[in-house]
Write a protein that binds this ligand. Structure first.
Ligand SMILES: [Zn+2]
Ligand SMILES: [Zn+2]
Length: 254
């Protein structure tokens, strides 16, 4: 698998960090992990094959994670690059995205689901059976302590595995869920003294890393309070494994 960080930031506007989105290439196709308002433009900026995107994963309904989905569908509907496309676009999401998209769609007759190609929308929830996000690409979800619908996802592509926490509070269960993955994409919203229990600060993130022992840890969802701090050095003080601070444009082989 190959990962491109499209947005390492949060909902807070930032000159260096777009809102959350990751481009993932697998043996079975490409997936967009979360779709912030910045995601569409960032895919183009990174010269990614966005007209052929196979699937989208939406972790929860906060707008920094799903606020770009309607506008991406609107863009795909009218883009010259997608007019000859017939391959379906699969959207897998937490509960509630269909209602949100329908509300936007019906507010102005955008026709977001009337595309040159089929759009297949699947909502999953905690306790849902494992599913194939793409044929051959195994997916499992885990409910995280953030909002009621929030889900982490674990993907297995042949020998390679990846887990993406999206937004979460501390959870030993999440650490077990991500155990032994090749790459754990973990939110690390705050350095210390987090203002809410529904996000992680560095010490929480590294506790999760200690339990999960991923081969590599990618720290993301970085609020501006991280500006000017050597995140990787701070992480190494708490966990000896490989911690990488996400940056927009960072590319990783998994
Ligand atoms: Zn967020
Ligand atoms: Zn959130």
């Amino acid at each position: 698998m190959k990962l491109v960080v499209l947005g390492s930031g949060t909902s807070v506007p930032h000159s260096q960090r777009a809102s959350p989105a990751f481009w993932l290439e697998t043996q079975c196709g490409s997936i967009l992990l979360d779709c912030s308002a910045d995601a569409a433009h960032r895919m183009a900026e990174e010269n990614l094959e966005w007209p052929n995107l196979d699937a989208i994963w939406i972790s929860h309904l906060h707008l920094d994670h799903c606020g770009g989905l309607a506008s991406l569908l609107f863009g795909l509907k009218w883009a010259p690059q997608t007019q000859a496309r017939r391959k379906p676009l699969k959207i897998f999401s937490c509960k509630g995205i269909e209602r949100l998209l329908q509300a936007i769609d019906s507010s102005n007759e955008y026709g977001l689901f009337k595309q040159p190609f089929p759009v297949e929308l699947h909502e999953v929830e905690n306790g849902s059976d494992d599913f194939a996000i793409l044929p051959g690409l195994h997916a499992q979800v885990f409910s995280t302590p953030h909002t009621p619908e929030s889900l982490a996802i674990r993907l297995t592509d042949g020998d390679a595995s990846l887990a993406y926490s999206s937004d979460t509070g501390f959870s030993e269960g999440l650490a077990s869920f991500a155990s032994g993955v090749n790459l754990l994409i973990l939110e690390c919203s705050f350095h210390r003294k987090k203002p809410v229990p529904t996000h992680l600060e560095l010490a929480d993130a590294m506790r999760i890393a200690k339990i999960a022992e991923p081969r590599k840890l990618l720290l993301t969802h970085l609020y501006p309070e991280w500006d000017g701090i050597d995140i990787e050095a701070k992480a190494r003080e708490l966990w000896p494994g490989t911690s990488i601070a996400a940056d927009d444009g960072l590319r990783l082989e998994i």
